[in-house]
Ligand binder design. Structure first.
Ligand code: ASP
Ligand code: MG
Length: 439
């Protein structure tokens, strides 16, 4: 059995859903279990709708949402009233929102759940219309049990066994199309697994049934050697380890959320990222570990960061100083990304959008502070990159002419990062790409 998860952009309209049904058909002999997101943009629309007061504006938005789904059904030649039950239930749920109060996370989850509940029905009907046996299921009717952390729920241990049992009841000849993103808590309240949570659903279900492969179908050819908007002729990366994939995800390559594929990787199930718009392309496979000689997998770039330089010639070696510094970041809940230290200085990077001014005031009481705005972190992400003179040599040689303002001093085997001025970021990525990938 394989899992085939299709994201919002892959099921955004009639022609795209037809394409998805065809891709499923091509894999029919591998017994696919299909997981779907809401039609692209619908989760956002539902959130908007829930926050709109009960007035003309809400009516208008509701009508737009209906039109979007009905026109999709029409263009697929399917029954236009397929989702009528869902629309009336959604209207009911909306009218129950107390207009005087801020909407609760619980009501919000119930409302956004309609996105996946409706898309799964459309996709299943489209697959059936192509002559395959297929049925739509809500994940919570197949055993997706979560805690009650509405908006960002996590599964409870019984989920794995329950899903295995429920899915084995569905005959192998029927293709199940299951809602991504949603579950129910033990009291029967609908929950969501956090934005982008359909990947997590795919991974959980894949792990539960011991799938042979988990396919995440999206709109790019998997992971690339660099952002193709910066390096035009970037290459596709065939294989990455789970650690490399997580590192790249945190660097802003939004292909996969690392948490979401953990259940799959822990069961040693390969996760393959594929492109619905280029379905013959082999994409990228993420494995627990990979056997490869290559070192650098990809050059990542994270913009919009700032560097905070903390100088203290007198205090640095005093014990407790680092604790004080990091305590201040902790007190103001500012996440630190990179850290590098010298005898008299600590440099850290944080996200540009963090409001650091109160923390800076505190830091100024114990050290001299300099803040550099609009910086970018450029990283070589790869395997076995223990600091080697040769690799570092190539790195600095490539960057000749670009001012390197900070460097990760760890002996991390997975990431070598430098910080440059934001306006030099593209140039740095291109130069490194040329050096490490020859193009
Ligand atoms: N539809 C949900 C979202 O937009 C979940 C997903 O697509 O993975 O976040
Ligand atoms: Mg996604």
């Amino acid at each position: 059995m394989i899992i085939m998860k299709f994201g919002g952009s892959s099921v955004a309209d009639g022609p795209r859903i037809t394409n998805v049904a065809n891709i499923v058909g091509l894999n029919a002999s591998r017994h696919p279990v299909v997981i779907v997101s809401a039609l692209g943009g619908v989760t956002d629309s539902l959130i908007h709708l829930a926050k709109t007061a009960a007035n003309e504006e809400r009516k208008k938005r509701m009508q737009e949402l209906k039109n979007r789904h009905v026109s999709t059904l029409k263009s697929l030649g399917l029954e236009e009233d397929l989702l009528n039950g869902d629309f009336s239930e959604l209207s009911g749920a909306l009218s129950e929102i107390d207009p005087g109060n801020k909407i609760t996370e619980k009501s919000m989850d119930r409302i956004v759940s309609f996105g996946e509940r409706m898309s799964s029905k459309i996709v299943a009907a489209c697959i059936r219309s192509k002559g395959m046996k297929c049925a739509a299921y809500n994940a919570y009717d197949l055993g997706m049990v979560t805690d009650s952390n509405f908006g960002n729920a996590d599964i409870l241990p019984e989920t794995y066994g329950a899903i295995r049992r429920e899915l084995s009841r569905i005959g192998k000849g029927t293709i199940p199309v299951i809602t991504g993103y949603i579950g129910k808590d033990r009291n029967g309240g609908i929950t969501t697994l956090g934005r982008g949570g359909s990947d997590y659903t795919a991974s959980i279900i894949g792990a539960a049934i011991g799938a042979e492969e988990i396919q995440i179908w999206t709109d790019v050819n998997g992971i690339m050697t660099a952002d193709p908007r910066i390096v035009e002729n970037a290459l596709n990366v065939k294989e990455v380890s789970y650690k490399e994939a997580s590192e790249l995800a945190f660097m802003g390559a939004k292909v996969l959320h690392p948490k979401t594929i953990l259940p799959a990787i822990s069961k040693n199930i390969p996760v393959r990222i594929l492109n619905t718009f280029n379905y013959r392309h082999k994409g990228t496979v993420v494995l627990g570990d990979i056997k490869t000689k290559r070192r650098v997998a990809s050059i990542a770039c994270k913009r919009n960061i700032k560097v905070i330089n903390i100088y203290t010639p007198s205090m640095f070696l005093a014990h407790g100083f680092l604790k004080k510094v990091f305590g201040i970041f902790e007190d103001f809940k500012i996440p630190i990304d990179m850290i590098s230290t010298s005898e008299i200085n600590i440099s850290v990077t944080v996200d540009q959008k963090e409001d650091i001014s109160p923390a800076i005031d505190e830091l100024k009481k114990i050290a001299e502070i300099e803040v550099l705005d609009n910086r970018a972190k450029v990283s070589l992400v790869g395997k076995n990159m223990v600091i080697m003179p040769k690799l570092l040599g190539r790195l600095f040689y490539a960057l000749d002419g670009i001012r390197v303002e900070m460097m990760s001093s760890s002996t991390s085997e997975i990431n070598q990062s430098i910080v440059v001025n934001g306006r030099d970021a593209d140039k740095a990525v291109r130069k490194l790409h040329k050096t490490f990938f020859g193009r």
